[in-house]
Write a protein that binds this ligand. Structure first.
Ligand SMILES: [Zn+2]
Length: 397
């Protein structure tokens, strides 16, 4: 929400009044010098929204504060021009409401449009995050990255490399949403452990690596791509088995880590709903964007979300650092997922990440069943992954 600066205000005062960490208020107002606040200027307070309440007969600030369970001070603060003794029936009172920590049990399929809505909401609710575009898909959709925190430890999470594994996107966005809520709320029981990570860790979230493929699985073909995707899909209108990008290239078979071996192993030589590694490594814009990102930002850890199997992979050819094993045992313990060192495949993002940077990389296979997993698995998957999410940010010391 936005508030108007009054005489004598400081960010410190706002921090205490709204129970929001000072650091997050400062970072939500990056263009404002905290020492040069001007009366009448606008300041963003993260984690709140403003409701417009119409004064009813018999209302006082006291009854409104009781009705909404809002500290009286907060109510008075955001209504500086209102005379508390003389509320006019029908006039509007601004009510500052802390955003809910929604458990976000999603009841709706999730495609690129939903991702954009979520990103817009998070950006306006938590202005201390930064959203950038790290590349665009074949069809020109943005591949978004959200950054949280400003520490020297850098952790990347990504979702939906594979189209029919789109449930990983709302899972990841919900994990992020909850994290932002706890970060912002100094009254939350997990606030202190989370806010410590804000200065120690930079978290990078890529919510949907393959937006064209996800849209195809969730919403079906478009006029523009119908002919080509039907040809790749052998004429079938059932796209539920589609993992690839819109060109029929498996984005997680695209990385220069045993790509030739993977090509032989899958033996898929032309565009296909799954397993075609492309004509050359990194010949698709989505995989290029993910490779460039890792080349530009020295991530200390990478976690890629896939489905399904309730297990995760953490090795590649013995090149993974020793600490990967330590993380694997912790992640397995707190998620209940099976820890698997090696799988018989190459050219995945995790494989390349380990080969290229010798940093811990993980492929998590969320949930169990047949892809696309039904949304009724959302809660179970969320409960398994939430502790892994927090632990990856906190690190193991
Ligand atoms: Zn996958």
């Amino acid at each position: 929400m936005e508030i108007i600066v009054r005489a004598g205000d400081t960010f410190n005062l706002y921090s205490q009044l709204f129970s929001v960490p000072l650091d997050l208020i400062v970072d939500s107002n990056a263009d404002t010098d905290p020492n040069l606040l001007a009366i009448g200027q606008t300041v963003k307070i993260p984690g709140y929204s403003i409701w417009q309440y119409t004064v009813q007969p018999g209302d006082t600030f006291w009854t409104i504060h009781n009705r909404f369970s809002i500290p009286l001070q907060r109510l008075l603060f955001v209504n500086p021009l209102v005379q508390p003794q003389n509320l006019k029936i029908g006039s509007i009172i601004r009510v500052p409401v802390r955003l809910e920590n929604q458990p976000l049990i999603r009841s709706k399929e999730y495609a690129f449009e939903e991702l954009e809505q979520d990103i817009n909401q998070l950006e306006s609710a938590y202005p201390f995050i930064t959203v950038t575009e790290i590349g665009t898909s074949v069809e020109g959709k943005s591949i978004y990255m959200i950054k949280v925190g400003k520490g020297s430890r850098r952790v990347q999470w990504n979702a939906s490399f594979h189209a029919n594994e789109w449930i990983t996107s709302p899972i990841l966005m919900s994990l992020l949403n909850e994290h932002l809520w706890h970060l912002t709320n100094t009254e939350s029981p997990t606030h202190s452990e989370r806010i410590k990570t804000y200065s120690e860790c930079s978290l990078y979230v890529i919510g949907m690596v393959n937006p064209d493929g996800v849209d195809l699985v969730v919403k079906g073909p478009t006029e523009a791509n119908e002919e080509s995707v039907l040809a790749i899909n052998n004429g079938s209108e059932d796209f539920s088995g589609w993992k690839a990008n819109i060109n029929g290239v498996d984005l997680n078979d695209q990385f220069p880590a045993g790509w030739e071996l993977e090509k032989e192993r899958t033996n898929v030589t032309s565009p296909s709903p799954r397993d075609f590694p492309g004509n050359a490594p990194l010949d698709q814009p989505e995989s290029q964007a993910m490779a460039e990102l890792a080349n530009q930002i020295p991530f200390d850890m990478m976690i890629a979300l896939h489905t399904q199997g309730a297990e995760f992979y953490w090795g590649y050819e013995g090149l993974e650092p020793a600490i990967s094993q330590l993380y694997a045992s912790v992640f397995s313990e707190i998620s209940g997922y099976r820890s698997v060192r090696y799988v018989d495949s190459h050219a995945g993002y995790k494989d390349w990440f380990i080969l290229e940077f010798r940093k811990p990389g993980f492929t998590f296979e969320l949930g169990k069943g047949v892809n696309p997993l039904p949304l009724d698995q959302f809660s179970d998957i969320y409960s398994a992954m939430n502790p892994v999410f927090i632990r990856s940010i906190k690190g193991i010391t």
